[in-house]
Design a binder for this molecule. Structure first.
Ligand code: GAL
Length: 676
């Protein structure tokens, strides 16, 4: 259920009126009108004002703000303020304060200072949310509910006494009997066999490595506790206002490791995501694109909401670079290109005090006589012109396998190499595809993937039997699968699949791995040129090498140097109507990976624009083609016919996008009588 209001695309952001005097609030309404703001998130950190003492609710101050916003034509995404429990509450219930893995109980003074499992927190949450919901159920400004703020960041796992009690309950419900748990966790290793549930603790800090299966389950459990805290609120709000959608903002799909968003998305009426650029990272718009594609994917392809990003600098990175002129616009429209029906910011007005006073806002400290404010006003106008995009879909022919459980498992301790990393491989493949102008979806290994021409599994370390069978069926039915090293190694309990690696994928890939040969920090190997393909070059590899033994697969490229010289490095296995490829190292640099990936995409018939410079981002959403020029030179794009949305100019087969600019073309055939 996507919010009905505002019509068109939503534009606005977090609004913190409690930090400002009345005269500023009056100015806010006028400025919001000037910029075309039509949605704000309100109340997110206002528990202390909404409930100044236990059971005493005060919504009078908020009524006035909602009324004023409504009069100004601004809809409200009303937040439950549970991410900021008040001082009186924490003082009365110090046991709600979370405990870190190292055993440190955090203090009051930040936010997210209550454990999702703590009974007092859950009870206070339920009372407050009911009072808020009852008070605002009929207020015409309220368009949707925004529960909490960024579950999972910074509070992922908690190790307090309430967490441990809930954890034991979770284990009993999951395993039913203790011998099943002992088997699943392999507790015969290091003599950890449990004979009573009460012996099981959280996987606290230890001077050596804690049982990885225990840690993996604790990650699942902890994420589930936050979801329970969310669902508690959502159910109350649904009961009171069944007509209003409920969401919570994800703490950045790609950058919040602790939340399994495949599971979270099922609990939300609309997916909402936050994304902050890593300011110093070159080409950081690729991370943005990845975050947006993952948001759309967990939303099942449905439009989602960009709930937060920044107008300019943030305040929490080592060096908080300001956005360059045009960058905010490119960022905003790139999210829309990839399926967002909103462009919302943290925050409306830059704060004068508190931890985030150096964070940008739509209204900067410099005021409205600033380049930033002029860009904000322009963006508002652009988004009104883009209203027709609302609800339309992005279609992808290629999918990347992304599974949070595998992410958690892969990055536990004592792996064959510290250079094995879920994100490193995922980023490498995503970036290669981005530079090839290929739009991708992300998929869970057990999802229906039959519609994709190519599926890539960058480092699917943890793969269940069900997931492996799904990939097998996909290939047999004609799919093209590319698997990278260290995939299909363990099951859902981080236990090695029986037999030679990669146990879950041996038959599908037509090979086995006799031994891993992780490389030294700066060591490289060489993938030989393809013997039968003219024009291919030898390519360097890093991080990984291994002894592959084909059993049905054919060698496309062998290692020409390194511990596995003369043995397969890149293989191909024709199976049923499809093909499974396997890559046993990390090609050095994006170009090398693209040299390997390109032929796979061609073989599978993946369509993509050719001859475009890399920095020209091209995404199709419904009838609209978004062209984002991240470079310093204008780019002419061929093959686009329609009307340019921002200036109404018709383009006939070619369009030029100025340096740093964004052009959106609505692809429509020329109507009769229309002049060129
Ligand atoms: C987000 C958070 C916001 C604000 C923002 C600053 O993670 O949800 O409340 O703190 O970061 O960049």
């Amino acid at each position: 259920m996507y919010p009905e209001r505002p019509a068109g695309l939503a534009f606005g952001g977090d609004y913190n009126p409690e930090q400002w005097p009345r005269e500023v609030l009056e100015e806010d309404a006028a400025l919001m009108r000037e910029a075309g703001v039509n949605l704000v998130s309100l109340g997110m950190f206002s528990w202390a004002l909404m409930e100044p003492a236990e059971g005493h609710y005060d919504f009078g101050w908020l009524d006035e703000i909602l009324d004023r916003l409504h009069a100004a034509g601004v809809a409200v995404d009303l937040a439950t303020p549970t991410a900021a429990p008040p001082a009186w509450f924490v003082a009365a219930h110090p046991d709600v304060l979370p405990v870190t893995r190292e055993g440190v109980r955090i203090g009051f003074g930040g936010r997210q200072s209550a454990c999702s499992s703590a009974p007092a927190f859950r009870e206070a949450t339920a009372r407050l949310v009911r009072a808020l919901g009852e008070h605002y159920r009929d207020h015409p400004a309220v368009a949707m509910w925004h529960v909490h703020n960024e579950y999972g960041a910074p509070l992922g796992e908690c190790y307090c006494e309430h967490s441990v009690a809930a954890w034991r309950g979770w284990l009993r419900a999951t395993y039913q009997d203790l011998s099943a748990l002992n088997d699943a966790w392999g507790t015969t290793f290091w003599g950890q066999t449990y004979t009573d549930w009460s012996q099981i603790d959280a996987p606290r800090f230890n001077h050596t490595v804690v049982n990885p299966a225990q840690r993996l389950d604790y990650a699942r459990f902890s994420d589930g506790q936050h979801r329970e805290h969310y669902a508690l609120q959502r159910d109350i709000l649904r009961e009171l206002t069944p007509h209003l959608p409920v969401t919570t903002n994800f703490a950045g799909t790609v950058n919040c490791k602790s939340t399994d968003l495949w599971q979270w998305a099922r609990e939300l009426d609309v997916v909402a995501n936050d994304h902050y650029l890593r300011a110093e990272q070159p080409d950081n718009h690729i991370d943005l694109a990845m975050s947006a594609d993952l948001a759309r994917s967990v939303a099942g392809g449905a439009p989602w909401m960009l709930m937060e990003h920044s107008a300019g600098a943030v305040n929490w990175q080592p060096r908080n670079l300001a956005k360059r002129p045009g960058e905010m616009r490119r960022n905003s429209l790139a999210h829309v290109a990839r399926g967002s029906d909103s462009v919302l910011f943290f925050q409306w007005r830059a704060s004068r005090f508190g931890a985030e006073k150096f964070h940008s806002g739509l209204v900067p400290h410099a005021g409205t006589d600033s380049g930033q404010w002029r860009e904000v006003v322009r963006l508002g106008a652009d988004l009104r012109r883009l209203a027709g995009v609302r609800g339309s879909r992005v279609r992808a022919e290629v999918a990347l396998v992304w599974d949070w459980e595998s992410y958690w498992a892969l990055e536990l301790d004592w792996r064959p190499s510290v250079d094995l990393s879920f994100r490193e491989r995922m980023d490498a493949f995503y970036e290669a595809l981005w530079r090839e102008h290929v739009t991708v979806d992300f998929v869970h290994p057990s999802a229906d993937i039959s519609g994709y021409r190519v599926v890539v599994a960058p480092s699917a370390y943890l793969l269940t039997e069900a997931g492996a069978k799904n990939l097998h069926r996909y290939v047999e039915a004609g799919g093209h699968l590319l698997v990278s090293y260290f995939s299909g190694i363990v099951d859902e309990h981080d236990a090695i699949h029986p037999g030679p690696h990669p146990g879950a994928l041996r038959e599908l890939l037509g090979l086995s791995v006799e031994e891993f040969h992780p490389l030294r920090q700066d060591e490289t190997v060489l993938l030989a040129a393809e013997p039968d393909a003219a024009g291919t070059e030898a390519l360097p590899g890093r991080i990984w090498s291994e002894r592959v033994r084909p059993a049905g697969a054919v060698t496309v490229r062998a290692f020409a140097a390194g511990p596995d010289a003369g043995h397969p490095a890149f293989t191909r296995h024709d199976l049923g109507a499809g093909t499974a490829w396997y890559l046993a190292t990390a090609p050095v640099g994006g170009r090398a990976l693209r040299d390997l990936l390109g032929p796979v995409l061609d073989h599978a018939g993946v369509s993509r624009p050719r001859g475009l410079p890399e920095h020209l981002e091209l995404v199709r959403r419904g009838r609209h083609v978004f062209l984002v020029n991240h470079g310093d030179e204008p780019v002419t794009v061929e093959g686009v016919t329609g009307v340019s949305v921002f200036d109404g100019v018709r383009c006939d087969g070619r369009v030029t996008v100025a340096a740093g600019a964004v052009t959106v073309v609505e692809e429509t055939p020329r109507t009769e009588g229309e002049r060129a």
